[in-house]
Write a protein that binds this ligand. Structure first.
Ligand SMILES: [Fe+2]
Ligand SMILES: [Fe+2]
Length: 270
């Protein structure tokens, strides 16, 4: 199976960049499933129904999120009825939405996608490892799922690497989001799980992690916020990872994907 995962899509520039690059990527990589993190897709903060529909229209099958999942309050009224959108699994019980779901590809294969959030330098949510363990046990790779993808939305690289090893041999891919900068550690872990600490963002990289650089810079310099953050509006680089699975659902290959904008391109070949 071929799986394409896109890091945090930031505002309209990120959505436009993804929409511009995806048709060629789909032709080149023939993905069976496309997953994108959409927590910053609506003006940099959260996700609206209209923005989610844009994702689905460009061929994205599943939207994961993170700490910004509920910044746009309208999501609270529709996430329960839209199983293609996930929020982190380790929110308190009773939180609207779901943190994991089983999806079926066009060719009939099943993919479990789990979205979970780290706790280091982030909000004190439930234990992400226990949350992932419960989902992996409920729908095991090779038994109930042909592939398993975990989006670990976290600040600390250590927590993400720990999650990779925790899932090694039990997931096809563990990939990080939230840092908005792609890491250069794409690898297959010893047990067969593909791993990259952060997928990067689909965003203008003439920015501070996707936001117009003036406000974050002056906040670092003066420690006073003068306006809200807005997405940087230059051409976006689509950043993500591409994974091919083997007969067991483990990884045969992982490669980073970068297309468009200012970052050096990297396009895997089939
Ligand atoms: Fe993000
Ligand atoms: Fe985030």
């Amino acid at each position: 199976m071929n799986i394409l995962f896109l890091g945090d899509v930031i505002g309209k520039p990120g959505r436009d960049g993804a929409a511009a690059e995806l048709p060629a990527l789909k032709r080149a990589l023939k993905p069976d499933l496309i997953i994108a993190n959409g927590e910053n897709a609506a003006g940099g903060f959260g996700l609206t129904r209209g923005v989610a529909e844009e994702f689905f229209a460009m061929g994205i099958d599943v939207i994961t999120t993170g700490n910004h999942w509920a910044d746009q309050k309208e999501i609270l009224t529709y996430i329960d009825n839209e199983d293609r959108i996930l929020r982190p699994a380790n929110y308190p019980s009773g939180t609207p939405g779901r943190g994991a779901n089983l999806y079926r590809t066009a060719s009939g294969q099943s993919v479990l996608v789990i979205n979970v959030m780290g706790r280091v330098f982030m909000d004190a949510l439930n234990d992400p490892f226990a949350a992932v363990e419960a989902e992996l046990n409920a729908c095991a790779l090779g038994e109930s799922a042909d592939a398993v993808v975990v989006d670990i939305h976290a600040e600390a690289t250590s927590e993400k690497m720990a999650m990779g090893h925790f899932c090694d041999g039990r997931a096809s891919l563990v990939v990080g989001t939230h840092q908005h900068v792609p890491t250069a550690d794409a690898q297959i872990l010893p047990g067969g799980t593909a791993y990259q600490t952060d997928a990067g963002a689909c965003a203008d990289y003439d920015s501070v992690i996707g936001m117009d650089k003036a406000e974050p810079l002056q906040r670092f310099l003066r420690k006073i916020s003068s306006q809200r953050y807005t997405p940087a509006t230059g051409p976006a680089t689509l950043c993500g990872v591409f994974v091919q699975t083997n007969a067991k659902g483990l990884a045969a290959r992982i490669e980073p994907v970068r297309a468009g904008g200012r970052l050096s391109p990297h396009l895997p070949k089939l």
